[in-house]
Design a protein around this ligand. Structure first.
Ligand SMILES: CC(C)(COP(=O)(O)OP(=O)(O)OC[C@H]1O[C@@H](n2cnc3c(N)ncnc32)[C@H](O)[C@@H]1OP(=O)(O)O)[C@@H](O)C(=O)NCCC(=O)NCCS
Length: 151
């Protein structure tokens, strides 16, 4: 798909983001109070709508809470638009707009799609953390950006 863009979400985009999250995992959506989290991210200016060919296809939550480095908290692309290179391009766009030296994110070991998209966007594996989801460790990735000549 072409013409992939991100724009800061406004409260009128909340239903779109909440619906995408609900469809991804209804139980987690309710259990983890994701509607509240999405609302807060929108109000804090940390939620971005993803469009491809002028169609809204997903959203991403991005902030600087992880040791003051860029942190991709959550990204969801509508199921019918996955596997078309949109996720990879969104990671590039996030890195281009990032004000810190590095962008970090994490995903479960079982999420090979996310790992593949990150690798295509030149993210490196940073390490693994056990204990969050039983039997499915969290894999951390990062990409160095805004590097000085000495880095
Ligand atoms: C993870 C995610 C954001 C990646 O975005 P995407 O647009 O699908 O990513 P890309 O198309 O750039 O790359 C995905 C890669 O996974 C591969 N892939 C593996 N299984 C796939 C599947 N079931 N569907 C689609 N792609 C799949 C793709 O083929 C592609 O690799 P390739 O280019 O070598 O073929 C998206 O798939 C998604 O929203 N998933 C559900 C939510 C999620 O898991 N979010 C991440 C946790 S925060």
């Amino acid at each position: 798909m072409n013409n992939i863009k991100i724009r800061q979400a406004s409260i009128s985009d909340k239903a779109t983001a909440v619906d995408l999250d609900y469809r991804l995992d209804k139980d987690e959506h309710i259990k983890l109070k994701r509607e509240e989290k999405i609302s807060k991210a929108i109000l804090d200016g940390e939620c971005f709508l993803i469009s491809a060919d002028d169609k809204e296809v997903g959203f991403v939550i991005f902030d600087y809470r992880f040791f003051d480095q860029g942190w991709i908290e959550l990204i969801i692309i509508d199921e019918k638009y996955r596997g078309k290179g949109i996720g990879t391009k969104v990671f590039d766009l996030i890195c281009e707009g990032c004000k810190s030296d590095k962008v970090f994110t994490s995903t479960n070991r079982s999420n090979t799609q996310m790992q593949r998209a990150l690798e295509k966007a030149d993210f490196s594996f940073a390490g693994e953390l056990k204990g969050l989801d039983e039997g499915d460790p969290e894999l951390f990735y990062y990409k160095r950006i805004n590097a000085s000549e000495n880095d």
